[in-house]
Design a protein around this ligand. Structure first.
Ligand code: SOE
Length: 385
């Protein structure tokens, strides 16, 4: 049995979700590293984590660490993933994998050359009914897939006083809402339909061109509960909103809205897939329900129940029908798949989980979306094989 000891880098909101999911699987989280040592020590103590490493380098130099999870701000992902691969570690990296497709392409090559397991945290694929949707499309239940519409909406950045490192391109990248949450939707639609985007037409908007940056930083989503503090006015260039038209490789058409300033939508990914025979719809605020639309008979609402799911969907659900599974469970199911590969010592030929190649795909799409918005025209997707 391969010895597995995990080091988690960054223990903000998402880093804690990584740790919790790993522990639910009985995987040893051997230690953590982060930027704010006092905060890190406090959190590590509250989580009864065995070790706080003094630095990222110290973590990589520990031969006992076999896997690294990166849950740090976006600008650190490329250099940290590269260093971890060069140190011979398997890597699970939060999205986006990097800030440019050149960087992400290099990480794909490096991981492949070294035969290391590599994954990007597109965990939203692992809502069980999203696997059910994929199985229904693959079985031809929808007929030909003609259209995909949807959105990914949040409201945690609605106010001028809402602040997060993602707002600043030097930390989050040139694209914000599209790279942060639009990427989940784009990845999920390709996962469910098996179709890749061929061309994009995008319109981006920054509704809040000036925000009030706190003098002291806060965690993701924490702004809604933090007391007000001293702030400075900060001009913003990254997008609050995106409207994107999509053409898929085999003629399917798509429409996507992305927003982090949509009042009342806390974290809602929604899709509706229309086919020549039937349709599917789902939204992440009601994650156990899959709507199935028919022309010639009553529509259906499938409430997740392992007894009613396709084998591939049943394989990523742990609880009986009526025992809701949600966001944290998607991390657990994703890592269940990734750690099977780690236990085998190398990636399978066709990984079922999202890999660095999927992370790279989202960087390629993001750059095409940004270019389309700049030039005001359709942009064909160019993929270097
Ligand atoms: C903030 O938009 C965020 O934490 C994203 O970074 C995650 O990927 C998403 O799953 C939830 O919202």
């Amino acid at each position: 049995m391969t010895e597995i000891n995990v080091g988690v880098v960054g223990i903000g909101f998402i880093g804690l979700a990584h740790i919790e999911a790993l522990r639910r699987l009985g995987i040893n989280v051997a230690g953590v590293v982060g930027s704010n040592s006092a905060e890190l020590e406090r959190k590590a103590a509250s989580l009864r984590l065995p070790r706080v490493y003094p630095s990222f380098t110290a973590l990589l130099e520990d031969p006992a660490i076999t896997v690294v999870h990166l849950a740090t701000p976006n600008y650190l992902h490329y250099e940290q993933a590269k260093a971890a691969l060069l140190a011979g570690k398997h890597v699970i990296c939060e999205k986006p994998l990097a800030l440019t497709s050149r960087e992400s392409a290099e990480l794909v090559r490096l991981a492949d050359e070294r035969g290391l397991v590599n994954a990007v945290n597109f965990s939203l694929r692992y809502y069980p009914v999203c696997h059910q949707a994929r199985a229904l499309v693959a079985a031809g239940s929808l007929g030909d897939v003609w259209m995909i519409k949807g959105s990914y909406l949040q409201d945690w950045l609605l106010l001028p006083t809402d602040w997060n490192w993602r707002l600043e391109p030097e930390y989050g990248g040139e694209l914000r809402a599209v790279a942060d949450i639009g990427s989940h939707w784009l990845d999920l639609m390709t996962f469910i339909t098996g179709q890749k985007v061929a061309a994009v037409m995008a319109d981006l908007q920054t509704f809040l061109a000036v925000r009030h940056k706190p003098v002291s930083a806060g965690e993701t989503f924490s702004g809604k509960t933090l007391p007000s503090s001293a702030t400075v006015e900060q001009p913003i260039q990254t997008e609050d909103y995106a409207g994107i038209l999509l053409r898929y490789a085999d003629g399917t058409r798509g429409v996507l809205s992305v927003s982090q300033v949509s009042a009342g939508r806390k974290n809602q990914l929604a899709f509706e897939i229309g086919g020549s025979r039937s349709a599917l719809a789902w939204n992440s605020e009601r994650p156990d329900e899959l709507w199935i639309g028919h022309r010639d008979r009553a529509n259906e609402l499938l409430l997740r129940d392992p007894a009613l799911l396709h084998d591939s969907a049943r394989a990523v659900t742990s609880y009986p029908g009526g025992h809701a599974e949600g966001f944290p469970d998607t991390f657990k199911q994703l890592y269940q798949a990734v750690y099977r590969a780690i236990e085998a010592g190398a990636p399978p030929a066709e990984p079922a989980y999202p890999t660095f190649a999927d992370g790279h795909e989202e960087l390629v799409l993001g750059e095409a979306i940004a270019r389309s918005a700049r030039e005001g025209c359709w942009i064909e997707i160019e993929r270097n094989s």
